[in-house]
Design a protein around this ligand. Structure first.
Ligand code: ASP
Ligand code: MG
Length: 473
């Protein structure tokens, strides 16, 4: 189970973790914790400001206060757990101070960033561990950098699954094989280490990923027949449509890995896309559950091999895209043009989302994030090849993604375009690769609200468990 920052905010929240622990009494449990809310951001700020020794003292004081405030709330004063937690914070903050001093002395490097931001999880997870002990549970704290081995890509490291599995086999499996069912292993989210032992981090929001990496390793070791990942969130699960567009949007109860990947990649920030890659091949189920409803029987999202494929699962949107279109009447059927376009874009380290080219090859359109657009356009315009033979245009757009196997059905597409026609919504570009259960439609940014609403209203019954009757209002 992974507990995010919003599950660790006060005494009330910590006590909910106890309710959850009781509810899952008969299961062996590993808890993965994120940093307390806002702490990773604060640490990141500190790492970046350290070079110029800016605000270190005030930030340190704030960091200490954030943790002490919670410690004061959740422990009985002067109890051994209270003291252990306070000592831990003090000790680690003084290690952090040394790292910040190193940054000031040697200059900022990416590995310092990971070292600094890892303290968020080191503090929160140890405090959770002490809290469980104080409530009479047997709990041990294990920093994930003893278990998760990654490559050297600081700030966005990728785990070596095999190396991680063998660490799990040596260090975690023996603990789980003990007969003590009441033992809870608390492992820091978000962090790992590379082969030479430096701390790495798995990318922002990476604690979800930690939980799935650990589940995958356990499943590979095979000591448990039934492994499940539960991500506790402050929402019921993944919604079919962002309630910003459709307030009565329904919860998606079942998604398979493929569907979940599409939905996680766009919009729905509830699930980190990397998580799915870790668990997919081993068919490990993942649940997204509301932290405020620990015993909920029905309303949560399960990602597993099981899904009703005769449905539209969800609509997600991208609101701030720029579509760049490159046109040439003279250079059709020339090999290598796409390679040239994307080489220019990738040199600027810009990620491209949707790509559309008509079979006549006269023009190619692709979408980049608004923040990247200026650089992308300028780098194309500054390249001799494109400035000479091509016309480059761009425009602000929104993307609508419709996910679910039902989209493979012609009739569904007919209904989509009929719905758009009713509201005069112009489709600017389209993309769907072969057999892909996702259809992306590019429209004018201003028409997004209208487009999503009409899709929901007109295709309502195609959605899983949708509340179509609400449309009458
Ligand atoms: N604390 C990290 C972050 O804020 C990881 C996580 O929360 O999952 O990005
Ligand atoms: Mg977080």
């Amino acid at each position: 189970m992974k507990f995010g920052g919003s599950c660790l905010i006060n005494n009330h929240a910590f006590n909910k973790i106890i309710s959850i622990t009781e509810h899952y009494q008969s299961d062996q449990k590993i808890y993965v914790a994120s940093a307390f809310n806002g702490v990773t951001d604060l640490l990141l700020k500190m790492a970046k400001a350290a070079e110029n020794a800016l605000d270190i003292d005030s930030h340190m004081a704030l960091l200490e206060k954030r943790h002490f405030d919670i410690i004061e709330q959740i422990f009985q004063e002067e109890s051994e757990f209270y003291l252990a937690a306070k000592d831990w914070v003090d000790e680690n903050l003084s290690i952090l101070e040394n790292v910040l001093a190193d940054i000031q002395e040697f200059g900022f490097e990416p590995y310092y960033q990971d070292k600094v931001i890892s303290f968020g999880e080191i503090l929160s997870t140890f405090i959770l561990n002490q809290f469980l002990l104080s409530k009479g549970y047997d709990s041990i704290y294990i920093p994930a950098n003893e278990i998760i081995i990654t490559n050297d890509e600081y700030t966005n490291a990728y785990p070596y699954f095999d190396l991680t599995t063998s660490r799990m086999r040596n260090q975690i499996a023996p603990i789980l094989e003990k007969p003590n069912k009441n033992l809870i292993i608390c492992i820091t989210g978000f962090i790992g280490r590379n082969k030479i032992g430096y701390t790495t981090t798995l990318g922002r929001g990476g604690s979800d990923y930690t939980a799935t990496i650990l589940a995958r390793a356990l499943s590979q070791i095979g000591i448990h027949q039934q492994i499940k990942v539960i991500l506790w969130k402050d929402v019921d699960g993944i919604l079919a449509i962002d309630p910003e567009f459709v307030p009565q949007s329904s919860l998606i109860k079942y998604l398979d890995y493929d569907e979940a990947k599409h939905i996680a990649n766009f919009g729905a920030k509830v699930l980190h896309p990397k998580c799915l890659e870790a668990i997919e091949k081993l068919n490990i189920p993942l649940e997204i559950r509301n932290f405020n409803k620990p015993t909920e029987q029905d309303n949560f999202t399960t990602v597993s091999p099981k899904s009703d494929r005769d449905q539209i699962k969800g609509i997600s949107t991208v609101q701030d895209g720029i579509i760049i279109t490159i046109t040439s009447g003279s250079l059709v059927d020339m090999p290598g043009i796409l390679a040239k376009i994307f080489k220019v874009i990738s040199k600027s380290n810009i990620s491209v989302s949707l790509v559309a080219q008509s079979a006549t090859e006269i023009s190619t359109s692709f979408i980049v994030k608004k923040d990247d657009a200026d650089i992308a356009i300028n780098s194309l315009k500054n390249s001799e090849y494109f400035s000479e033979f091509f016309e480059i245009k761009f425009e602000e757009v929104a993307i609508i993604n419709i996910t679910g196997a039902k989209i493979l059905d012609n009739q569904t597409k007919v209904r989509i375009f009929q719905a758009f026609a009713k509201r005069d919504i112009n489709v600017k570009a389209l993309s769907q690769s072969t057999d892909e259960i996702n259809f992306s439609i590019v429209i004018q940014k201003e028409q997004l609200m209208d487009a999503v609403t009409v899709l929901h209203d007109d295709l309502c019954e195609e959605f899983a468990s949708s509340k179509c009757e609400d449309n009458a209002n």
